[in-house]
Write a protein that binds this ligand. Structure first.
Ligand code: PMP
Length: 399
């Protein structure tokens, strides 16, 4: 039996039509399949590989940590150097009130922890989120997901969740003294790259302050330079009470975190003690990898090149079949008339036979299936951008 068949038979599936490419190597912005074909990777593990696949500094840090120790104890009891060094560097690059990093093993778990922290800190129950938001797939995170379609089969979910329209000033009137927290993606990703209106995030911050509700900003998909600044919230003049991190946080290894002021975070230590615990959060190998990737991001000044790369894409993504391109840095959505057109483009781009041996790897958004996703490594070269755009236009010309 082929590996593809064994994958379909024995690995739990998420859809009836997985992409099924068998990738044997990944380097920089390229993927290589078992047949020796190469693909320009326009999604970098969905906003994970911001410094490129298998950056040598990241793999070296992983190898070094392997020689010291792997897992030694459940999260939170021992002083583990990779956790400490990474939290110290992260908080040095965040506003002063975001000074305490609680590590998890995934983005969803960061959402879960943040919601518990907000309930515990405020002694309130209501959680407000926004339509078309994605904060993870576990039941708590699913409860605040902004889509009935993905929620309905799994009800009952968390009670006392209210969903508002993102970017609606009027809807902010629903925030009250009952609200424990308001959770929002700083830039909505799965909605198809929807940035907050000028002033709206500030108005949201103001309402939260007025009623003592915590503001939780999810930068799991949009942090780490993706939008052209280290953190997306910097562009909108707000600082959250709790920041959610994941994806690029681990430099290609599984790692999540929620970050808050120590004064807030410390309520998880009493009443009850061990208010939020997990075994693998802040795994030392993942922290070593994440720290190395974060150092590459900062030292190589990768964020300085983001707008130039964005503009290079934008200058070439022009075609009568493209209805719109929305972007903020290297987070882009190409909008087509329908999912069918988008799926056809995605499939044709990955079909190397039609692309003289070089495919382009991309996908669609959960809440915007008619939009093609571009969230490549921030290290993507001009040549790779040009080739990818050329192939997108050629595919669009062909039908
Ligand atoms: N929040 C956002 C904005 C995300 O994009 C994701 C992952 N797509 C998550 C949370 C959940 O992260 P994970 O898949 O690591 O649980």
């Amino acid at each position: 039996m082929t590996n593809r068949q064994l994958f379909l038979n024995h690995v739990g599936q998420t859809s009836a039509s997985p992409l099924c490419l068998e990738i044997v190597k990944a380097q920089g912005s390229k993927l290589y399949d078992a047949q020796g074909n190469e693909f320009i990777d326009l999604i970098g593990g969905i906003s994970v590989c911001n410094v490129g696949h298998c950056h040598p500094a990241v793999t070296a840090a992983i190898k070094k940590q392997l020689d010291n120790y792997l897992h030694i104890m459940v999260y939170g009891e021992l002083v583990e150097t990779p956790q400490v060094e990474y939290a110290t560097l992260l908080t040095a690059n965040l506003p002063a009130t975001l000074n305490s990093v609680f590590y998890t093993a995934s983005g969803s778990e960061a959402t879960e922890g943040a919601m518990k922290l907000a309930k515990r800190f405020t002694n309130r129950t209501q959680i407000i989120s926004f339509k078309n938001s994605y904060h993870g797939s576990t039941q708590g995170a699913l409860s605040v997901m902004g889509s009935e379609y993905w929620q309905q089969a799994f009800r009952p979910l968390l009670p006392d969740v209210l969903q508002l329209n993102y970017n609606s000033f009027d809807d902010l009137e629903n925030i009250s003294e009952r609200t424990a927290c308001v959770i929002a993606e700083t830039v909505q990703a799965e909605a198809g790259v929807i940035a907050p209106n000028n002033e709206w995030l500030k108005a949201l911050r103001k309402k939260c302050n007025e009623y003592g509700a915590l503001l939780v900003l999810d930068e799991i998909q949009c942090g780490f330079g993706r939008n052209g600044t280290l953190w997306a919230f910097e562009q909108f003049g707000v600082v959250p009470d709790i920041l959610l991190l994941g994806k690029a946080l681990g430099g290609g290894m599984p790692l999540g975190a929620f970050v808050a002021d120590k004064k807030i975070m410390d309520v998880l230590t009493y009443n009850p003690v061990l208010g939020h615990i997990n075994t693998f959060g802040g795994h030392p190998v993942c922290c070593a990898a994440g720290l190395a990737a974060f150092n590459v991001l900062l030292n190589d000044k990768l964020i300085d090149g983001v707008t130039k790369s964005e503009n290079l894409f934008l200058s070439q993504l022009k075609h009568s079949k493209i209805k719109a391109v929305r972007s903020l840095g290297l987070m882009m959505a190409i909008e087509f008339e329908s999912y069918d057109i988008n799926k056809k483009v995605i499939d044709m781009l990955t079909d190397v036979k039609n692309n003289s041996g070089i495919g382009v790897f991309t996908d669609w958004f959960l809440f915007a299936p008619n939009c093609l996703r571009i969230v490549p490594p921030l290290t993507i070269s001009n040549n790779e951008i040009n080739t990818a755009c050329e192939k997108i236009i050629t595919v669009l010309d062909s039908f």
